[in-house]
Design a protein around this ligand. Sequence first.
Ligand SMILES: [Zn+2]
Length: 268
Amino acid sequence: MKTKILLLGIDGLNLSTALDSGRAPTLEALKNAGYFTALTMDVPTLSGPGWSTLLTGSTHAQHAVKDNLFAGHNLLNRPDLLSRALYQDQSTTTFAAAGWPALVDPVGVGPVIQERREQQRADRHRVIARDGETYGYQRVDAEIADVAVYAVTKFGHDVGFVHFCEADEAGDLYGAQSEHYLEAISRIDAHLARLHAAVAKRVEKYEEKWLMVLITDHGQLDEGGHGGDSPQERASFVIADGIGRDNPDWPDGFAPEGLVPLLLAERA
Ligand SMILES: [Zn+2]
């Protein structure tokens, strides 16, 4: 049985801040038990270019997403991880849930995750879009966590991506040293714990193999904000935990666009 992949994107997460705070026990446990490497994101350290690189395995020049407006992007020629997993094996089922519309909502800019309406109609691809920009990410991330736990438990899609954005929202508004930022991290950590438990339950029940992978698209400055080329803004990471299988044997350090090929190789 092929490994199932659950990629969890935590927007704007300073991993060191999260770990030092003691408010992210799940993140800490996954890092300690799993594969870990630091990643350095390219400039500008904005969500649009960052997620486009991490999710399509493309450089900024290749996907041409320059900012969060996505004007002139080349994403139709740079399919996302979920689509590429399907092209690699047409039996692949996929799932994406995000509160930042640019990642998943075909109505707005982007989306980075392709709609693939035919597969949605055939129940092979499921996309859950929410709007945290309008309704706030604390509430929307909690909804995303609920639908993601449900999807993992009920369907166990072969390749999934789930995005949490509350920490980035708090970081932008109050800075990475604020209590707001740490509270957001602690709530996201609880979402991660629920997802991990849902995967572990499937592994126990169906003897499946899963890889739970955690990443961020950029850091947050202490005073709040990102986009520049400081080490804190460019700092990202990959944590990958094998559940029902070994941790992946990936190199220590690679370019951000190198993640998708590594993930696809786990499905080979
Ligand atoms: Zn971001």
